[in-house]
Design a protein around this ligand. Structure first.
Ligand code: GLA
Length: 382
């Protein structure tokens, strides 16, 4: 079964936008292997929008790779990526044009799925621009879902309709393996905080086989590239990455991995955080506390808990505010009141520091603005 766990990989859009070509994609694949990112799960190398010529081939009706960008064609790129032990993803759209105004798959779904299968793809991101108003998104995603299932290749279907048309209520039924639930991410703190918070009450339907995709990561971009805006600090990238892990979100790196900062590389390879993201049960996070004396607005921060397989609990504490704060949580809100006799032994996922056993009410001081701490907590009878 595909997408038993949240898919992981790299996507060209955040950094390269339309400046995508064979050299960049093959170099990204080389680097994924050189940095050992494949060994920890980053397998998909995905080319986003802007890979084709502006019009279909008039004779065959097929979408054609732009020979100036991909001089050896897409099959060559697929073979190269596969030779590295990685998987290859491409992009199309359910409307008549892609978001960047290239040909898209409306009314060509079965031909395009076959073409993609001939290229040798393993993943298709399917966007939602220029969709005729007469066509419901549910029907169009169902159509491409069938076209991929019948294409003769096993292809992960990555739907991207930005949360339109109440996507949560029907997307699993289309065969999609992940679905973008929000508008586009930009490389700044407010963008990723608000994307995450907009889905906090919607992760309950994200589960093995079809995951809520809160967009490609901007970790390590530092304001550079296509969606680079003000950029983020290292603390903010830790916050972003851990939010994605708490959400069991797909982890698609978006930075220029050819030049990734060593601390950011360590962050995206952190085994404790990845274990939270890739926990096989894929249970949703829920609120158990937050920054002290800030009135409870989640925009100021939250403490989240997530039940993990085997009995542990991930606890992530966030200060989203602009001043240093204490952050708290109540074990009662996790279903563990003090009278249960259970306490929590908490291990910091980054520093390894052990706190506790604790129970009832926990308050940790000194969270810098936009920072977090993430723990793996084990219930003990101490
Ligand atoms: C939309 C998607 C982005 C990206 C661009 C490409 O905006 O949401 O993730 O694929 O299109 O044009």
């Amino acid at each position: 079964m595909l997408a038993q766990l949240p898919p992981m990989g790299w996507n060209s859009w955040n950094t390269f936008g339309d400046k995508i070509n064979e050299e960049v994609v093959c170099a990204a694949a080389d680097k994924i292997v050189e940095l050992g990112l494949d060994k920890v799960g980053y397998k998909y190398v995905v080319i986003d929008d802007c890979w084709s010529l502006r019009e279909r081939d008039p004779e065959t009706g097929k979408i054609v790779a732009d020979p100036a960008k991909f001089p050896h064609g897409m099959k060559y790129v697929a073979d190269y990526i596969h030779s590295k032990g990685l998987l290859f993803g491409m992009y199309s759209c359910d409307g008549v044009r892609t978001c960047a105004n290239f040909p898209a798959s409306f009314d060509h779904e079965f031909l395009d799925a076959r073409t993609f299968a001939e290229f040798g793809i393993d993943f298709l991101k399917y966007d939602n621009c220029f969709k005729p108003a007469s066509a419901p998104g549910e029907l169009l995603y169902r159509r491409m879902g069938q076209a991929l299932r019948l294409s003769g290749r096993e292809i992960l279907f990555s739907a991207c309709n930005w949360g339109a048309e109440n996507v949560w209520s029907w997307i699993r039924s289309t065969g999609a393996h992940m679905f973008r639930s929000t508008g586009d991410i930009f490389d700044n703190f407010v963008s990723f905080r608000d994307i995450f918070l907009s889905q906090l009450d919607k992760f309950n339907t994200s589960a093995p086989g079809c995951w809520n995709d809160i967009d490609m990561l901007t970790v390590g971009m530092f304001g550079n590239g296509n969606v680079g805006t003000s950029g983020c600090t290292k603390d903010e990238y830790y916050t972003q990455f851990s939010l994605w892990c708490m959400a069991s979100a797909p982890l698609m790196l978006g930075c220029d991995i050819r030049k990734i900062d060593p601390e950011m590389l360590a962050l995206v390879k952190n085994p404790e955080l990845l274990a939270i993201d890739q926990d096989p049960e894929g249970r949703p996070p829920f609120r158990v506390g937050g920054p002290v004396w800030t009135g409870g607005d989640p925009k100021n921060g939250v403490t989240l808990a997530k039940l993990l397989s085997g009995g542990d609990i991930a606890i992530a504490m966030y200060n989203f505010g602009d001043a240093p704060r204490a952050v708290d949580f109540f074990t009662e809100t996790m279903g563990l009141p003090a009278a249960s006799g259970w306490k929590l032994k908490m291990k910091d996922c980054v520093t390894g520091e052990v706190i506790g056993p604790v129970s009832e009410y926990v308050r940790l001081e000194g969270f810098a603005p936009h920072s977090c701490r993430v723990f793996r907590a084990t219930p003990v009878r101490a």
